[in-house]
Write a protein that binds this ligand. Sequence first.
Ligand SMILES: Nc1ncnc2c1ncn2[C@@H]1O[C@H](COP(=O)(O)OP(=O)(O)OP(=O)(O)O)[C@@H](O)[C@H]1O
Length: 300
Amino acid sequence: MMSVLDFDNLTKRYGRTTALRELTLSIPEGSVYGLLGPNGSGKTTTLGLALGVLQPSGGTVRWFGAPATAATRRRVGALLETPNFYPYLSARQNLQIAADVKQTDARSLEAALETVGLAQRQREPVSGFSLGMKQRLAIGAALLGRPEVLVLDEPTNGLDPQGIADVRALVQRLAAEGRTVIMASHLLDEIEKVCTHVAVLHQGQLRSAGPVAASLATADRVVLGLAPGTAADVLRAALSSLPFVQDVRPETDGRVSCALAIGHSPASLNQALFAQGLALAHLEMRHRRLEDQFLELIKN
Ligand SMILES: Nc1ncnc2c1ncn2[C@@H]1O[C@H](COP(=O)(O)OP(=O)(O)OP(=O)(O)O)[C@@H](O)[C@H]1O
């Protein structure tokens, strides 16, 4: 897959604070790429560097395989903070002002209103809009000029549940139409629902990157127990000898938990232990809370 954006050893320092440290990352074309991290982890800095709003202290940014130019910038739409719309003007009039500034054609304005679901209400003044509608209008402004890539910083921040659902559905629609979307979020749950790929940032450093399924799906654990009276050490030793078993840990009541490598099921684990002469009295899947998985990712 072609990449639309490549960071190579990207670093940003503010005085003694290193906001981003040697980030190397490629964003594949057609992906919905989430930048995940707690507050202050460097997400906004990364997006600012990508868009040329900030200058790097070191490293490079390449768009579509080359250093950014005015022409490549026109292929990218961005929403870093919600713009202040004129409240007494209609949605359409507000977008028209943005379109005039960007010098984009009228048809792209129609398409943007349609895509963000505001075509029916385009004549209404923005003062009567919910925060969610204003955010969709802001995304509409970023869509003027039909960019291939959309960059969004925390697009659901501050919205009510309906607004959050609408903006997430919109991001998925944008992706379905073939655009690449790069979005920052501090919500693991949001990344899991919306994104195809995720890069986890913590204190300005990349902790993990790749397809969401591969990054998050292996985190479930299996909890095992032998018949009462059997030493947990026997089970731990047996588990440690199996190549597809990872991260063996003692639990309460003499039980032991472990994670399985991708493609291995609890059933195949049970079979492998039985082949070693161990009969399980207890086998349970434990789905860890998403927050726990995330905390673990940034801890390691
Ligand atoms: N203009 C600045 N001057 C000094 N330090 C800054 C500046 N901008 C960001 N920082 C610092 O850089 C680090 C990364 O900030 P950044 O805004 O990129 O994080 P973030 O992950 O986007 O967090 P948030 O979600 O809170 O915006 C933080 O420690 C922040 O305090």
